[in-house]
Ligand binder design. Structure first.
Ligand code: UD1
Ligand code: CA
Length: 468
C-alpha cells in the first residue's frame, strides 16, 4: 500500500457539555491561549490537509459552529450525547463516499502536535493496521481509559476508569482518545458497540475489542511527551493546560529572537506574532491577533488585544490597547488607554493619562498628557496640549473632530464636535472651540481677567465670623 494515495478524513468530537467544568458554556468553547478549546485540535488537523473534516456538535451547537470562521468542515449534530462511539457513528453518512483512513480527535485535547498525528498515520499505514491508538504513560493516570495488554505486550483492550477493576486502575498506560481507523472497519465496528457499561454509553474504545475479535491488526503509538495528549475536563486542568501552552508559546518566541524578561508573567495568545529583538517586560498580555514589529520595547503591565504595532515602537509601562494600529517609532504611555479603532502614524507620542478612541493621528503628532481624543482625525506634526478634550458626544450621537497639520492646541481646550480646525491653527489655552476654524487662524475665547487684591484675607475673616 502506498501511504501517499490513501485519503485522510478527520472526525472531531465536540458535542459534550463538559459537566465537570460546571459551566453554562459548552466545554469546547472555553478559551485556551485566546481561542476556543476545540479550534486548537481542529487547526492541527487541518495542517495534515485532510480530504474531509467532520465536527460532531451537540451542546451549544450553534455557538460552537459560529466560533469557526471557515467553511471547510462538515457540522454534524449529535442530538443526544450517548457516548463517544455514538458520536463518531453520527458521521457515517458524511463518509459514505470515502475510502481512506479517519483520524478521530477530541475537541478537549488541544495540545496534540501535528508531528505526533503524522507519526501515528505513518505507523498505521506502514503496519497495515485497521486501527491505531495513541497512548501515553502517566504518573497519575486517574480519569483516563486504561490500555490492557496481553502476555506478549499486544493490546487486548481499553477500559474506562469507571468500569475498571482495582488492578486495572493501577495501569499507567492510558488511552489518549486519538485514533486512526480504516473507514471500512470503523462504521461496521461501531454498529456492534453496546452500552452495557457503568455509564450506559456507547464507548468508542470498544472498537478495540471488536477489531481483535475479528482478528484485525491493531497498533498503538506512544506519545513521547504526555503533556500534549492531556484532556481538559475541569477548570483546574484548563489552568494547567494554559500554563503548558504559555510555556510552549513563550519558548517559541524566545527561540525566534524575542527577549521575555519574565516569561512566567508573559501571556501571549496563539494568534500573536512578534518581531525579533523586541524586548518584553513583566506582566504583559499580548492577545488575539496582536502583531508586534522588530526592536520594539514593551516595558511591562501592558494589555494589548488585536493591536498591530510597527517596528521600534516603545510601549511604556501600563498601557491598555485594543483593535488599533500603531506605526513605527511611536511612543505610547505610560498609563495610556487606546480603545478600538485608532490609527496612529509614525513617531506619534501618546503620553500619560491619554485616552484615544477611533482616532486617526498623523505622523509626529503628540498628545502627551491628560487628554481625550475620541472620533477624530488629526494631521501631522500637531501638538495637543494637556487637558484637551474632544467633546464627541451630546448624549444622542457621536460627532467627529478634524484637526489639520502643525496645529497648536493649547492646554485645557475643549473641542465641541462636529468641528474642524484647519492647518496651522493656533488654539489659545483654555478655549472652548464651538465653530470651525480656518487654516492659520488663532482661536480664543475673549474674557476679562480680574485680580482682586486682599480678597483671600477678607473671605477667611467672613467665614470665621459666620462659624461663630
Ligand atoms: C475519553 C475516552 C477515554 C480516554 C479519554 C482521553 C471514551 C469512552 N473514553 O474519555 O478512554 O482516556 O477520552 O481524553 O471515549 N463527546 C461527544 N459526544 C458524546 C460524548 C463525548 O461529542 O456523546 C465528545 C466530548 O465533547 C469530548 C470528547 O468526545 O470532546 C471526549 O469525551 P469525554 O466525555 O471528555 O471523554 P473522557 O471521559 O475524557
Ligand atoms: Ca475528556
Amino acid at each position: 500500500m502506498n501511504p501517499n494515495v490513501t485519503d485522510l478524513g478527520v472526525i472531531l468530537l465536540a458535542a459534550g457539555q463538559g459537566t465537570r467544568m460546571k459551566s453554562s458554556l459548552p466545554k469546547v468553547l472555553h478559551p485556551l491561549g485566546g481561542k476556543s478549546l476545540f479550534l486548537h485540535a481542529l487547526g492541527t488537523a487541518q495542517r495534515l490537509e485532510p480530504k474531509k473534516v467532520a465536527v460532531i456538535i451537540g451542546h451549544g451547537a450553534g455557538a460552537v459552529a459560529d466560533a469557526y470562521d471557515r467553511n471547510d468542515v462538515v457540522w454534524i449534530t449529535q442530538e443526544k450525547q450517548l457516548g463517544t462511539g455514538h458520536a463518531v457513528l453520527c458521521a457515517k453518512d458524511a463518509f459514505s463516499d470515502f475510502s481512506g483512513d479517519i483520524l478521530i480527535l477530541s475537541g478537549d485535547v488541544p495540545l496534540i502536535k501535528e508531528q505526533t498525528l503524522a507519526a501515528m498515520i505513518k505507523t498505521h499505514r506502514e503496519s497495515q493496521a485497521v486501527l491505531t491508538l495513541l497512548t501515553a504513560c502517566l504518573e497519575t493516570p486517574g480519569g483516563y481509559g486504561r490500555i490492557l495488554r496481553g502476555v506478549d505486550g499486544e493490546i487486548i483492550g481499553s477500559v474506562e476508569e469507571k468500569d475498571a477493576t482495582e488492578a486495572q486502575k493501577r495501569i499507567r498506560e492510558i488511552n489518549a482518545g486519538i485514533y486512526v481507523v480504516a473507514v471500512r472497519f470503523l462504521f461496521a465496528a461501531l454498529a456492534a458497540v453496546k452500552n452495557d457499561n457503568r455509564q450506559k454509553e456507547y464507548y468508542l474504545p470498544d472498537i478495540v475489542a471488536i477489531g481483535l475479535a475479528q482478528r484485525e491488526k491493531i497498533e498503538t503509538v506512544r506519545v513521547a511527551d504526555p503533556c500534549e495528549m492531556r484532556g481538559i475536563n475541569t477548570r483546574e486542568e484548563l489552568a494547567l493546560m494554559e500554563k503548558i501552552l504559555q510555556e510552549r508559546i513563550n519558548r517559541k518566541w524566545m527561540d525566534g529572537g524575542v527577549t521575555l524578561k519574565d516569561p512566567q508573567t508573559t501571556y501571549i495568545d496563539d494568534g500573536v506574532t512578534i518581531g525579533k529583538d523586541t524586548v518584553i517586560g513583566p506582566n504583559t498580555h499580548l492577545l488575539g491577533d496582536t502583531v508586534v514589529g522588530e526592536r520594539c520595547r514593551i516595558d511591562g503591565s501592558a494589555y494589548l488585544t488585536d493591536v498591530k504595532i510597527g517596528d521600534e515602537v516603545h510601549v511604556k509601562f501600563a498601557v491598555v490597547a485594543a483593535s488599533s494600529r500603531i506605526e513605527s517609532g511611536a511612543i505610547i504611555g505610560p498609563f495610556a488607554h487606546l480603545r478600538p479603532g485608532n490609527s496612529l502614524g509614525r513617531n506619534v507620542h501618546i503620553g500619560n493619562f491619554v485616552e484615544a478612541k477611533a482616532a486617526t493621528i498623523g505622523e509626529g503628532t503628540k498628545a502627551n498628557h491628560l487628554t481625550y481624543l475620541g472620533d477624530c482625525t488629526i494631521g501631522q506634526g500637531t501638538n495637543i496640549g494637556a487637558g484637551t478634550i474632544t467633546c464627541n458626544y451630546d448624549g444622542f450621537k457621536k460627532y467627529r473632530t478634524t484637526i489639520g497639520d502643525r496645529v497648536q492646541v493649547g492646554s485645557d481646550t475643549t473641542l465641541v464636535a462636529p468641528i474642524s480646525l484647519g492647518d496651522d491653527v493656533y488654539v489659545a489655552t483654555a478655549t472652548t472651540v464651538r465653530q470651525d476654524v480656518p487654516p492659520g487662524a488663532l482661536v480664543f475665547n475673549p474674557r476679562e481677567e480680574r485680580v482682586r487684591e486682599g480678597w483671600t484675607e477678607r473671605k477667611r475673616k467672613k467665614m470665621k465670623e459666620n462659624n461663630k
